[in-house]
Design a protein around this ligand. Sequence first.
Ligand code: SAH
Length: 343
Amino acid sequence: MLFYDYTLEMLENYFSERDENKAKAKILYKALYRNGLRLSDITELSEKTKAIIADDFSFELPAEAALHDDGETAKVLLRLSDGSMVETVLMRHGYNTGVCVSTQVGCSMGCTFCQSGRMKKIRSLTAGEIVSQVLYMSKRFGNIGHISVMGIGEPLDNFDNVKAFMEIASSPYGLSLGGRHITLSTCGIVPYIKRLDEVKCGFNLAISLHSADSAIRSEIMPVNRRWGIDELIKTVKEYSEKNKQRIAFEYILIDKLNDSAEQAEKLAALVKDINCFVNLIPYNPTENSEYRRSENADVFFDVLKKRGINAIFRREFGGSIKAACGQLCAECAEHAEYAECGK
Ligand code: SAH
């Protein structure tokens, strides 16, 4: 068993089932996650207990298969125990360093603008495989201040494991990142957005919207054919109101596809009653794609502003983050910065 798959509650049950004091779970969690100790170095647990734990659990981290580091962003290709590869990205922002984790090997959502969408899902990651990406990055690069759940994969297509991951990440005995330092992004799987309040840590929710027009969104995001915009917006609004959360809507500006003033008006009308902001993202060209980066971003931005919609747009955004360094990282960077400045 991979230790990092265990939430604190699961670990307490593990000890209880063996007639051991369940308080050992917190001791173990704290020593490993908070104090970065190895099992053998934990003095608060007996040699006998440690031997049992060592027998039952693996503490192995993934292996580094490749690294691209431009000083600001580091993309690491990690090999998991079954040989599967996942991408994890580190973003350095002055004093705050964020990590963007993958939740699946490949992705089934099929968004036409996204490189991952063309890879097809091979499998979902376990909670521990997501945790171990964070652990690997902090061991390799130092302290992590923000987690973006927006690497490869659709987190809500792996709900239970992602939920367990969030629990471990936010547990004060675990990775102990407060919810406001965790951002989860989804393409909009409505039934699981409805269940997101099961995750108690108060994380930031980002919705990959990319169009306010039903026909266009269905064309570029197949998920929209299953759960349409109106249902998505209604669900997000309810979630936001119930949990008093400000929602981030992500919107990639693609040349002549979704970037006209008319489209901006549609977007403004769609989100105007939601406590939200719109994150305008430059399209990151992917291989063999016919899409181009928008040249109408300023006009689009101005329409939103005029309609009183909060929007963030960065011209110089991710200057040194190259498409070759992973198309997803630019967006993760934006969220890490957002969390950092606490806007
Ligand atoms: N499946 C989740 C999280 C992974 S994708 C989701 O859809 O939100 C993370 C973000 O990167 C999403 O907003 C996605 O739309 C965006 N993205 C994908 N391809 C991109 C590209 N070529 N340029 C810019 N952003 C992209």
